[in-house]
Design a binder for this molecule. Structure first.
Ligand code: TYM
Length: 327
């Protein structure tokens, strides 16, 4: 069975972008792959986090995994920090990485732009991400478009290790949705929908109540035309809404275009809100049930135990190849 790994940061509210770009594929891949899905808390602390908020968000993201349909009987769900090998392999791979390649990472450039002091963790973050993936020798990494560059670096680091110390790591492939790989902001289709955007109207959080979702979609920016047509160059806002519709309703773009031919944006947006609510409402119901039951702690414990068995062996193999004296 091919192996799949991915992770989401517990650094704010998860959005529909995380769901469409990544989580939907986690759910899809779990049926015929050996899966590792983490909450990447060690990544979240590369920018300052309030401790209480980090703990709450970590539990929330793990719970959302299960609420979104990831089945702990099929996939390993765990906290990154519960499997110590991630930090250890992260360091080993950091020593294989170059300043120049880390400086080129657009996420680093975006997050450090205009800052007086830039955290070192933010800079070496992609080496930790590479460790996350390589530690399970993952074949596939389901992510949104913005993580493609980090995946390239992971592939480079795997290749560098293999050529220096002998073939060991699987060189992973990104697994990116054809439509929805980059869900855009509702207020500005030139920006990615992001949980860190200070304007909450720009994103739909997975835990937004239905009426908030309806309001946000009715206020979403559109162009001055009225044709519901997928044309990212000329109609980026409507195209973004169409891709959200397509994912949430399970319809093709063509089917949706045909449905709204000659109807204008009003009817389209009204239905889109209901389509999104129809996905989020049951997810939120399951979320509340799982939070109340407290079962997530057991799920995380079991997931971490299984993951650690694989991760510990990889760290041992890597250290042996690199010339460490083993205990
Ligand atoms: P993060 O937490 O920023 O995002 C989690 C996942 O959601 C995707 N995503 C989106 N996809 C489409 N449209 C959007 N607007 C959107 N916003 C976010 C991201 O591409 C990502 O797949 N570095 C990673 C976390 C990570 C990781 C890993 C991922 C750490 N280790 C190992 C894969 C494998 C990150 O910051 O994702």
């Amino acid at each position: 069975m091919k192996k799949v790994l991915s992770g989401i940061q517990p650094s704010g509210q998860l959005t529909l972008g995380n769901y469409i770009g990544a989580m939907q594929n986690f759910v899809k891949l779990q049926n015929d792959h050996e899966c590792y899905f983490m909450v990447v808390d060690l990544h979240a602390i590369t920018v300052p986090q309030d401790p209480a908020a980090l703990r709450e968000q970590s539990e929330a993201v793990a719970t959302l995994y299960v609420a979104a349909g990831i089945d702990p009987a099929k996939a390993n769900i765990f906290m990154q920090s519960h499997v110590r090998g991630h930090a250890e392999l992260g360091w080993l791979l950091t020593t294989l990485s170059y300043m120049g390649e880390l400086e080129r990472m657009t996420q680093f450039k975006d997050k450090s732009a205009g800052k007086e002091s830039i955290g070192t963790g933010l800079f070496v973050y992609p080496a930790l991400m590479a460790a996350d993936i390589l530690i399970y020798n993952a074949d596939l990494v389901p992510v949104g478009d913005d993580q493609k560059q980090h995946l390239e670096l992971t592939r480079d680091l795997a290749g560098r290790f293999n050529s220096r110390y002998g073939d060991y790591f699987t060189v992973p492939e990104p697994y990116i949705p054809k439509i929805g790989a980059r869900v855009m902001s509702l207020d500005d289709a030139s920006k990615k929908m992001s949980k860190s955007n200070p304007n909450p109207g720009s994103f739909i959080a997975l835990l937004d109540p239905p009426d908030v979702v309806r309001k946000k979609i009715s206020r979403a920016t559109t162009d001055s035309g009225r044709e519901v047509k997928f044309d990212p160059a000329d109609k980026p806002e409507v195209s973004n809404l169409l891709s959200i519709y397509s994912h949430c309703a399970g319809l093709s773009i063509e089917q949706i275009e045909a449905k709204y031919e000659g109807q204008g944006y009003g009817a389209f947006k009204k239905d889109l809100a209901e389509v999104v609510v129809s996905v989020l409402e049951p997810l939120q119901q399951r979320y509340r049930e799982i939070r109340e039951s407290g079962e997530i702690h057991n799920i995380l414990r079991q997931g971490a135990e299984r993951a650690a068995a694989v991760a510990d062996q990889t760290v041992r193999d890597v250290k042996e190849r690199m010339g460490f004296l083993l205990p």
